[in-house]
Design a protein around this ligand. Structure first.
Ligand SMILES: Nc1nc2c(ncn2[C@@H]2O[C@H](COP(=O)(O)OP(=O)(O)OP(=O)(O)O)[C@@H](O)[C@H]2O)c(=O)[nH]1
Ligand SMILES: [Mg+2]
Length: 463
């Protein structure tokens, strides 16, 4: 599918900044030869003479000007037993910006090329060291925000999802080969194939795909967090709630209505679930341009919210404006929060259930810290899907995977439809092959170079 690039790449693999150590990774056919040009070992003369998977102490030296750059540890891992499947040399420098930049520059001067983002992982994929789902798992592990999120990412990284996908592909391949045999030898009884069972077998495969798809909402929650948007009129206490969740004074809180003008988004970990809490500009008609833009942004973020916290203020009561906002969002997962219960109540407790239908209503006072645990429980309740087994090991979470599975499902639906309409077998095989291709996109079995490039360009530099 792809022709491997024959050049040798290098990049700084640790974060930019200062730290105890910083790592530079070099990968490609010339890795050792290039590093040999700038490395002076204590014990040996050349890296190419040392055993694979050994570690060596020495100095990086700009030999042209006899300048000593850093004291380092160098690890050699020869192909194919390396992350990329190529010759890999890793240089552990002191973790400062200057030594790392200088060493990288020297490598480039001596024949290495600066790696593109994700290029090491891409080479690992192209060399068959990992499949696409595993490569994506690497990024998920790096970005994991909760313990559960980490567990799920590691399951992707170690190939647990890939195994399920391979199992699905095998099921479809067997089905396809039986069908093709039945086409080629219409008179013969094909062992293991009974045309009456065809629909049932496809349905079995469909069920497996559906089970996987059902994990996606939960999977996304664990991995990306729940986009939780706080909305309400100015001054009801939205920013105060954000600050309470963060346990710090992140957003400005004042008694002036219209304090928050821009969107503020922060992650919190609520009982193991990552919430991306978004504080917004209070919704009201306004002539102020900045506030107007803020209100527009609020409306936008409501569109992609996974959960809305609609805030009211007992002291301001419920207005037509509140009901208008509610009308926009009532189809979403939503919790109505009534804040400032420490102040005189202008809200009719009887009427409120009528207004807000089946949505949970939680009364709180941020000032007196009342009702806040109840609110946390209500949030967990709202986002947790009970039918999913929380001990499930493999969840899917990526839009790419979800789309591929959905399209595979659609293809299989077409097979069943064609089968029920008494279409010829060779007609059925077209859609079966399609479903196979869609499933194969997940692990990268069947995927175009474009998609591969796009996936790896989202990776970080040096990974
Ligand atoms: N009495 C009382 N005051 C509160 C409570 N929660 C917040 N406040 C006050 O209400 C005022 C507005 O709070 P904010 O958090 O800035 O409200 P907001 O909804 O973000 O306001 P905008 O950004 O202007 O839309 C501040 O003076 C807060 O101290 C509460 O539970 N009780
Ligand atoms: Mg605010």
């Amino acid at each position: 599918m792809n022709i491997l690039k024959e050049d040798t790449i290098a990049a700084i693999s640790t974060p930019y900044g200062t730290g105890g150590v910083g790592k530079i990774r070099v990968s490609g056919p010339e890795a050792e030869i290039i590093v040999d040009k700038i490395f002076k070992m204590k014990k040996h003369k050349y890296l190419k003479d040392v055993d694979s998977h050994t570690v060596h102490y020495g100095y990086i030296i700009d030999k042209k000007i006899s300048r000593l750059i850093d004291e380092v540890i160098v690890t050699v891992m020869r192909r194919p037993r390396s992350f990329t499947g190529e010759n890999v040399v890793e240089i552990d420098c002191h973790g400062g910006i200057k030594p790392l930049e200088n060493v990288l520059e020297l490598l480039i001067k001596n024949g290495a090329r600066m790696a593109e983002p994700g290029e090491f992982s891409k080479r690992a994929f192209l060399n068959g060291r990992i499949d696409l789902a595993q490569a994506e798992g690497i990024m998920e592990v790096i970005n994991a925000r909760t313990e559960k999120g980490l567990d799920l990412s590691v399951a992707h990284l170690t190939g647990k999802l890939s195994n399920i996908i391979e199992g699905l592909r095998d099921d479809i391949i067997v089905l396809l080969s039986h069908l093709e045999a039945a086409i080629d030898f219409p008179e013969d009884e094909i062992e293991g194939f009974n045309s009456k069972e065809l629909g049932e077998r496809i349905n079995n495969i469909k069920e497996k795909i559906k089970t996987l798809l059902e994990t996606s909402r939960q999977g996304k929650i664990y991995q990306e967090g729940i986009k939780t948007v706080i909305v309400g009129k100015p001054n009801v206490g939205k920013s105060s709630l954000l600050n309470f969740f963060l346990e710090e004074k992140r957003a400005i809180v004042t008694e002036v209505p219209g304090t928050t003008r821009d969107i503020i988004a922060e992650y919190i970990n609520l009982k193991g679930i990552p919430l991306k809490i978004i504080d917004t500009a209070g919704i009201r008609e306004t002539e102020n341009l900045v506030e107007k833009i803020g209100v527009e942004k609020t409306r936008d973020s409501l569109n992609n919210a996974d959960l809305v916290l609609m805030m009211l203020d007992v002291n301001q009561g419920i207005t037509d404006e509140d009901l208008k906002v509610y009308d926009l969002i009532k189809e979403k997962p939503l919790i109505v929060i009534i804040n400032k219960t420490d102040l005189p109540n202008k809200i009719d407790r009887e009427k409120i259930d009528e207004y807000f239908l089946e949505h949970p209503i939680i009364w709180i006072s941020i000032k007196e810290e009342e009702g806040l645990n109840e609110l946390k429980d209500a949030i967990i309740n709202e986002v947790f899907i009970k039918e999913i087994n929380p001990d499930n090991e493999v969840f899917i979470s990526r839009a790419r995977h979800i789309n591929a599975l959905k399209r595979a499902l659609e293809s299989l639906d077409r097979v069943i439809e064609a089968y029920n309409n008494g279409m010829a077998y060779d007609f059925l095989t077209i859609d079966i092959k399609d479903s196979l291709n869609y499933i194969g996109e997940i692990t990268g079995e069947t995927v175009t170079e474009d998609i591969i490039d796009r996936i790896f360009s989202d990776f970080c530099l040096g990974k």
